[in-house]
Design a protein around this ligand. Sequence first.
Ligand code: HSE
Length: 351
Amino acid sequence: MDYKIALIGCGNVGEGFLQILHEKASWLKSQHDFEAKIVAICDKLKGNLIVPEGLELGKLLHLLNQRQRIDDYDPAQKKRFVDPLDMIESVDANIICELTPTDIKTAEPATSYIRKALRCGKHVVTSNKGPAALYYHELIKLAKQNHVFFRVEGTVMSGTPVFSLFEYGLSGNTVNSLRGILNGTTNFILSAMEEKDLSYEEALVEAQKLGYAETDPTADVEGFDAMAKLMILSNVIFDHPLRIEDIERKGIVTIKREDIKEALSQNRRLKLIAEINNQDGQIKARVFPQSLPLTDPLARVMGANNALVFELDPLGQVFIQGPGAGKKETGYAILNDILYIHKNLINQKNQ
Ligand code: HSE
């Protein structure tokens, strides 16, 4: 089956996705009978590109590596303004990857792009936390009405599977609670403060250099990013929308090197923990720094990794750990959701 894909937003995640698609093209064909063309890209800062026959990924990736504009690919398209909403409607694509930066307060313009794509009968895959946190139920309903998929795997724990694990491997369980490390940047900062004996400020600069932190690091260090991820987990796993004001939140900005050393002297480690408890149908969620005993599996998660502990009925405790941030790691989540769509379309065709 062939796919025509358009990208709205082509920052780190878009680039990571395009790199994987390029490197694994022949393996994807032989292993999954999957072939895709990138037919359009719209990026506010890097320009727009529409190539109905499918663009040469090697050539585009070279431009992106050289920090050139996307529209340098085809001088005829240089600096031509394209409204993403018009592009979504007119482009001959069956999958839209919505990869613009998260705005957790408004979820815009991403939500408008996603609504438009779903109404046009195009599948949507996103790594944008805003729409998945604030409008998940509306968008899933819209997708169903239009007989397309809306997928959000990359919004939580980047490429580490959470939602597909819940949909398949864990599907016979009820989830009593979950608690985890959901922000890679803060876990990286706390780990670097301990392992490299850095101050909070020095560790934050390292996290920014490595591209883990959001454009504005406030979202990471004040706990807003982990809060958005709890809202998404609550939507998908507990089928329960949470509002921002429902979630208790504290970040890591006041943590000092000495606090980390003090905790370690007591065989404990400071971690930013995000948790949801389902107490007889009452959903309680919070994000806050906790001093965990070193025997807790979450205390051993270091660097930009993320982890989740599920308390399940009947299975008991399940612990997952993996990459929580990064270019290729989140790019992989986009590919994984597209393969989910591909496999489901094949199944539908065979019925
Ligand atoms: N800034 C986020 C983090 C990126 O550090 O976890 C992934 O959502």
